[in-house]
Design a protein around this ligand. Structure first.
Ligand code: NAP
Length: 338
């Protein structure tokens, strides 16, 4: 079997393709012949050493992948050869509150990830994926879609008619906008680019609800005026420290901010007063468990959400896929096909 590893030191240029022995499953494990993967911003951070500079190497990157089960251990009951499955972001967080140990089972760091042709996974760490999706589409789900789902539904109890602010046009934000549309909520989307915003309008997002944050640095004012001064009900905060102050300025009284990402930085000197004065709920999100992945799959199979894929690379072109996500010119997800 083949795998891509980051060897010796971090950096996209240090990704090396290697041969590894074909895997044999343990009693509760399955071997998945991988057919497609997708990239997340986290994977880029992992490969470049910004996620965890102390991550032991070599490491096989990528948390998200889909494939066909080709062999199972003697005690496996939940899947069988021939099943099409996706790996869960956390191999050992099945449901409920996670233990610290379960959170260490995240794929693509610290555990070896999906960028390989054959992957051994515990049977608790895989889910069946909706039949209507292609392998590449299904491979977009484990991290970005589950994160957006957990923010909006597990934590947020999103209702029809509510407003959802999605920052930027990357994987998490585009899924959030699609999930909002699917339940009759109203997404408001920001982006650095009019061209990207035009692509999102094809999904059904109103042109009037698209804000270019480059041209409109005070985008929080635009969000307030789009909501008649009330503010939005839900914000998926993928920017982090660099955008949180603005998010706090345009969330409604008693609204929800899901703290998800750090695209715009991790630290900032800022006032916490708006959080308490406006009774804002700031909820940290860390992807989610297998149970929520299954629940989301049922939800998207019903609504037939079509994941937005910017570009698909071949397995042999994996480093180029990382260069593409680094350029941040994409809308939605970037995939790799084996
Ligand atoms: N906590 C969790 O469980 C979890 C799960 C998934 C992701 N994340 C985090 O969430 C963030 C997004 O991840 P992703 O995989 O969706 O990223 P992605 O697909 O790489 O999307 C990045 C996009 O975000 C926009 N962006 C970049 N800098 C921005 C800024 N300063 N302010 C607003 N938007 C900005 C850009 O789109 P435009 O050009 O359109 O602005 C960029 O193309 C990352 O920080 C990631 O680590 C966290």
């Amino acid at each position: 079997m083949k795998a891509w590893e980051i060897q010796e030191s971090f950096g996209i240029s240090h990704l090396v393709q290697v041969e590894r022995p074909d895997p044999t499953p343990g009693p509760y494990e399955v071997v998945v012949k991988m057919t497609a993967m997708s990239l997340n911003y986290r994977d880029l951070m992992m490969v470049t050493g910004r996620y965890n500079p102390r991550q032991p190497l070599p490491l096989v990157p990528l948390s998200d992948g889909v494939g066909e089960v080709i062999s199972v251990g003697a005690e496996v009951t939940q899947v069988q050869p021939g099943d099409r499955v996706a790996g869960c972001f956390f191999e050992h967080w099945t449901c409920g509150k996670p233990s610290r140990e379960a959170l260490k089972s995240s794929q693509g760091g610290p555990a070896d990830g999906m960028l390989m042709t054959h992957k051994i996974i515990h049977e608790n760490g895989v889910v069946h994926v909706p039949a209507y999706l292609s392998d590449e589409e299904a491979a977009t789900l484990p991290c970005a879609a589950v994160t957006a789902w957990n923010a909006l539904f597990t934590e947020g109890n999103l209702r029809p008619g509510e407003t959802v602010l999605c920052l930027g046009t990357g994987g998490v934000s585009v899924f959030a906008a699609q999930l909002a549309l699917a339940v009759g909520a109203r997404p408001i989307v920001t982006s650095s680019s009019d061209e990207k915003l035009t692509k999102l309008q094809a999904l059904g997002i109103s042109a009037g609800d698209c804000i270019n944050y480059r041209n409109t640095p005070d985008w929080e004012e635009s969000v307030l005026s789009l909501t008649d001064g009330v503010g939005v009900d839900h914000i998926l905060e993928v920017g982090g420290a660099g955008t949180l102050e603005k998010s706090l300025a345009c969330v409604r009284f008693g609204g929800n901010i899901y703290q998800i990402g750090i695209l715009a930085g991790v630290t900032k000197d800022m006032s916490v007063i708006p959080i308490l004065r406006n009774r804002v709920r700031v909820q940290g999100i860390y992807v989610g468990d297998r149970q929520s992945f299954d629940a989301m799959n049922a939800g998207i199979a019903q609504t037939k959400i079509q994941p937005v894929i910017d570009r698909v690379f071949d397995f042999e072109e994996a480093p180029e896929a990382f260069t593409h996500i680094e350029a941040a010119a994409h809308v939605g997800k970037i995939c790799i096909r084996v």
